[in-house]
Design a protein around this ligand. Structure first.
Ligand SMILES: O=C([O-])CC(=O)C(=O)O
Ligand SMILES: [Mg+2]
Length: 328
C-alpha cells in the first residue's frame, strides 16, 4: 500500500479534449457567475503573464518550500495538463523557476497554478506559458519530500481534483467539475450573449436600471433627497390637502431646511401638493410642501415655494432645534 504523503498516482481521467476546448475564450468571470460564487480561486493567485489558461488539472501536493514532487510531476504530466500545486500558500521559499518552466515547455505542459511562491519572475513574465502564483521570492526550494502527485489538493481556497477543468485569465482561476461542464458551458455562452447585449444597451443609454431601486426598496433603503442636515423632532403636524378644512393628523419625525419627515396613517400620492401647519413648538409655521415618497406610515415631504419669511422661520427653527439638541 502506498504511503500517505509519499504517493504518486501517474494515471488520471482527463475530460474529452473537445469539452475542454469549448471553454476557450470564455471569460472566467462569466463561468464564475454560473457557479454561484463558488469554485473561484482566491485573489492572491495572480497571473504572472497575460496568457489565458485552459486545461485539465494535474495536481501536486508539496511540503511547503520543497519541490521534489513538483520536479517529478514535470516528468510525468501529459501535454496540455495544467500543473496545480498546493504548497499551502507558503511564500518563504519558491517552488518553481525558469529552468523548470523551460523543461515543462519542452514536455508540452499547458501551464501552472501555484499556491506558493515562484522565482526568476523576469523570465517567466516573458514566457508564452500561462503561469499563476501566490507570490515571488528569490529564496530557493528544498528537494526532500514528502509530497504527493494526483491527490485532491487545496489551491487558492478551492478543492481541485485531478482532471478538473481549469479556466484562467487576468481575473483569476475558476475550477470546473467535468460532470458540470456541459451545462456550465451552455450557461456561460448565454452569459456571453447577455453581456454583449448589455454593452449595446449601455452604449445607447437603454440599460435597464429598474431592478436597482426595486432591490433597494425590498431592503428597506430610504433615499434622502434633502441637501440639509435634519434634526429629529416629535410634534403633531396638520396636513391639509386641496385647501379644504379637512386635515390629516400627522407626526413630525425630523425636519431640515429642505423638508420634513412625517408619519401618518393615510396614503398620499408622490407629488401631491399639500400644506403643512406646524405647531407652536415648531414655530407655528404654515408652509406649502410636496409629498416626495411614502413607505408604510413614513411620508417624506419637500417644502415648496418658500417665501422669504418662511425660509427665515424654518432656518431659525432648524438652528434652534439643532443647538438645543447639540449644546456647546
Ligand atoms: O531551483 C529550482 O528548483 C527552481 C528554479 O529556480 C528553477 O527552476 O529555475
Ligand atoms: Mg532558477
Amino acid at each position: 500500500m502506498a504511503r500517505i504523503g509519499l504517493r504518486i498516482f501517474s494515471q488520471i481521467n482527463r475530460p474529452p479534449k473537445a469539452l475542454i476546448d469549448s471553454f476557450a475564450g470564455i471569460p472566467a468571470a462569466y463561468i464564475a457567475d454560473n457557479l454561484n460564487h463558488t469554485s473561484c480561486m482566491d485573489a492572491k493567485i495572480r497571473p504572472v503573464n497575460d496568457i489565458p489558461l485552459l486545461g485539465p488539472a494535474f495536481t501536486v501536493k508539496l511540503r511547503p518550500g520543497d519541490n521534489l514532487m513538483l520536479h517529478k510531476a514535470l516528468d510525468i504530466a501529459q501535454p496540455g495538463d495544467i500543473v496545480v500545486v498546493d504548497a499551502q500558500g507558503d511564500l518563504t521559499n519558491s517552488v518553481m523557476g525558469e529552468l523548470m518552466v523551460l523543461w515543462a515547455k519542452q514536455r508540452g505542459i499547458g501551464g501552472f497554478i501555484i499556491d506558493g511562491a515562484i522565482r526568476d519572475i523576469g523570465a517567466l513574465k516573458k514566457t508564452d506559458m500561462p503561469i499563476y502564483a501566490a507570490g515571488v521570492t528569490p529564496a530557493g526550494p528544498y528537494k526532500d519530500a514528502p509530497g504527493e502527485i494526483n491527490v485532491p489538493v487545496d489551491c487558492g481556497g478551492v478543492l481541485v481534483h485531478p482532471g478538473d477543468i481549469l479556466v484562467g485569465d487576468e481575473d483569476g482561476i475558476v475550477v470546473i467539475n467535468p460532470c458540470h461542464a456541459p451545462n456550465l458551458l451552455e450557461k456561460s455562452l448565454a452569459k456571453s450573449c447577455a453581456e454583449r447585449k448589455a454593452k449595446g444597451d449601455i452604449a445607447s443609454m437603454a440599460w435597464d436600471r429598474t431592478w436597482l431601486d426595486q432591490a433597494l426598496k425590498e431592503r428597506g433603503v430610504i433615499i434622502e433627497n434633502r441637501n440639509f442636515p435634519r434634526t429629529n423632532v416629535h410634534a403633531p403636524v396638520k396636513i391639509i390637502v386641496n385647501e379644504t378644512d379637512h386635515h390629516i393628523d400627522a407626526l413630525a419625525i425630523n425636519i431640515s431646511m429642505d423638508g420634513i419627515l412625517l408619519q401618518a396613517e393615510q396614503q398620499l400620492e408622490p407629488d401631491l401638493s399639500i400644506r403643512l401647519c406646524l405647531p407652536e413648538e415648531l414655530g407655528n409655521i404654515d408652509v406649502a410642501a410636496k409629498v416626495t415618497w411614502q413607505q408604510g406610515n413614513n411620508i417624506g415631504c419637500r417644502f415648496v415655494d418658500l417665501s422669504e419669511d418662511n425660509t427665515r422661520a424654518i432656518f431659525d427653527l432648524v438652528l434652534y432645534l439643532h443647538l438645543q439638541r447639540n449644546p456647546g
